[in-house]
Design a binder for this molecule. Structure first.
Ligand SMILES: [Zn+2]
Length: 167
């Protein structure tokens, strides 16, 4: 796992959290009851949209064809599968319909692929554009930025799983 430091995001976080679906402690500066995490503000809009996928019937339930395990929602998929290196790939240039593939491993070891098209994730173009910009502006390689995004997105989706929090 890649370890992420806090970077400089702390200071700008409060600007970005206005129209998000808030949990009570998200804007509080004092240490909150749970581990507080500073999401990259440039990622947040996109992370939230991924979180909203939830149990989108176009993607879920997702069944592992090897072991038969069923993943009912995106949070469950994120939570119960294992992240893979380079597990998020943009295929907008090579295929007719732009799509983004996410690969994660089922507990049985088989790879489960989720395909995001614009129907499911309307900001697909902007998403890759944003990653490219962040990479350029911070002089970090794109895969590193993608990894960071995935890390934060997984964290957010798991933390904001409606079926877990009772919201
Ligand atoms: Zn499986």
């Amino acid at each position: 796992m890649i370890k992420f430091s806090h970077y400089i995001y702390k200071n700008v976080m409060s600007v970005f959290s206005t129209d998000l679906k808030q949990t009570e402690d998200s804007q509080v500066e004092t240490p909150s009851r749970k581990t507080k995490f500073d999401y990259n503000p440039r990622f947040l809009e996109f992370i939230e949209l991924f979180a909203r996928i939830g149990a989108d019937s176009r993607l879920f339930p997702k069944k592992c064809s090897t072991c038969g395990r069923e993943y009912k929602s995106f949070p469950e998929y994120i939570h119960s599968t294992e992240s893979l290196a380079n597990g998020l790939a943009d295929y907008s240039d090579v295929l007719d319909v732009p799509r983004t593939m996410q690969y994660r491993n089922c507990r049985c070891g088989s790879t489960l692929t989720i395909t995001f098209t614009k129907d499911v994730y309307p900001l697909l173009d902007k998403f890759w554009e944003m990653l490219g910009k962040v990479s350029k502006q911070s002089s970090r390689p794109l895969p590193e930025v993608i990894s960071e995004f995935r890390e934060q997105c997984s964290r957010y989706v798991t933390e904001h799983d409606p079926s877990q929090s009772g919201q």
